[in-house]
Design a protein around this ligand. Structure first.
Ligand code: SAM
Length: 396
């Protein structure tokens, strides 16, 4: 009875409030028939609850709450810009997570790692069989983050006198695949799925690439990528023969250019878990995109295989996604490695990224005991990711 009285009171208050709003400013509610009954964000959450509770077990609830909360950004410094924001960022209390890494932990792990070269079968069965990476991190990639638990937002980037912006805001965990790729002086590099260009920008910061090929199948997204590059990189750099921007279907790359690149980044389209939970627009869980979503693992495996073929023998390939999904991560790597060996006579080795995760364990929350590759898990105190990455080296 008390509850009914409360409800009536509440309804009357709502009516009173409506009468306070001038008629012309009132928004008519959508008719029930046209309102989306199952918004894609809700479908995504149902799907993730069903799959990730099994996959992640008891850590899923904390990952879930982080995924549903505001993400954290990092500010990638743009060394092409003369606008020095370093002191500004430091005075706000943030620091470059790459130079403040946990050196000791990284080195400790490197020396403890098994030195022998493991073939892929061993590595997939037991991650300890993975080959240590011997990473040399580029000192030119700098990415500033606020400390753990601090959710302060960054100021927008400002242009220098030439119009080049000082920093690029991105998920700081997205810088990790670029560090893991370990670009060295004189390398030829392919970024197979590059738009909108955050990782391309990070790779360009190394300033050691001899030739960079930047590709994305989507023409409109390639245009967006060009815009980003125009805002961050000097014109003369964009027009010289060191950089090529293309818009091909990456799955066909193996037919276009084989055995060519020292490093290949394969940052594939995926269910983009955070976006799928937060935005109904352009959501892969929309009813009309079911087929596209189901075909994702096949597309991802074809892209990775093309990246493997594009790398030269001895070259390294970095596969990455921004989903927690095992079927888009580990299973894709296993499938591509199998097809490369069986159909193309290419032998690969999984390169351990454990030294990298040990170095950055103070900044990111990494998934424990992944059987293949490494993954940044979203966590309320360091709400980056998800980012999955797996590194392969071509032996033949
Ligand atoms: N690496 C980008 C960055 O850091 O900004 C993000 C890449 S996004 C995760 C995946 C990209 O793959 C999308 O821009 C999409 O257009 C592109 N893509 C989808 N299918 C492709 C294909 N068959 N070949 C090449 N690119 C493709």
């Amino acid at each position: 009875m008390a509850l009914m009285v409360d409800c009536r009171l509440l309804l009357r208050k709502v009516k009173d409030l409506r009468s306070l709003t001038p008629r012309r400013n009132r928004v008519k509610e959508k008719w029930a028939a046209t309102r989306v009954k199952h918004p894609p964000t809700r479908l995504a959450l149902q799907h993730f609850d069903a799959t990730y509770s099994g996959q992640l077990g008891k850590i899923w609830p904390s990952v879930r709450v982080a995924l549903l909360s505001e993400r954290k950004y990092g500010a990638l410094l743009n060394h092409f810009s003369n606008h020095n924001v370093l002191e500004d960022l430091q005075s706000q209390g943030c620091s470059d997570f790459i130079s403040y890494r946990d050196e000791e932990a990284g080195e400790l792990r490197c020396t403890n790692e098994k030195p022998e070269v493991g073939c892929v079968e061993e590595s997939t069965a037991d991650s300890d069989g993975q080959q240590p990476s011997g990473l040399q991190l580029s000192p030119n990639i700098q990415c500033f983050v606020f400390p753990r638990g601090d959710v302060t937002r960054f100021q927008p980037a400002r242009p220098d006198l030439c119009g080049l912006l000082s920093h690029y805001l991105m998920d700081a965990a997205s810088v990790l695949p670029c560090l893991a790729l370990d670009v060295q002086e004189g390398h030829n590099v392919l970024d197979l799925c590059a738009a909108p260009g955050g990782k391309t920008l990070a790779l360009l910061q190394t300033q050691s690439i001899s030739f960079l090929c930047v590709n994305d199948a989507s023409v409109s997204r390639t245009m967006r990528l060009r815009k980003v590059l125009n805002s961050y990189v000097p014109k003369e750099f964009l027009t010289n023969e060191k950089l090529r921007i293309t818009s091909f279907d990456g799955t066909q790359w193996g037919d276009i250019e084989r055995n060519t690149f020292d490093r290949v980044l394969v940052d594939v389209p995926c269910t983009t878990d955070r976006h799928s939970l937060m935005e109904d627009d352009n959501n892969i869980f929309s009813k009309n995109r079911i087929g596209e979503r189901r075909r994702l693992p096949q597309l991802q495996a074809e892209l990775l295989l093309a990246g493997i073929q594009a790398a030269c023998p001895g070259g390294e390939i970095l596969y990455s996604t921004c989903t927690l999904s095992q079927s888009q991560n580990q299973s894709v790597v296993e499938q591509a490695v199998f097809v490369a060996r069986e159909n193309h006579d290419i032998q690969l080795q999984v390169v351990s990224l454990r030294p990298l995760t040990q170095m950055f364990q103070n900044t990111f929350y990494f998934a424990p005991d992944l059987r293949l590759g490494e993954m940044v898990l979203p966590h309320l105190t360091s709400n980056f990711g998800p980012i999955y990455m797996c590194k392969l080296r071509r032996l033949t």
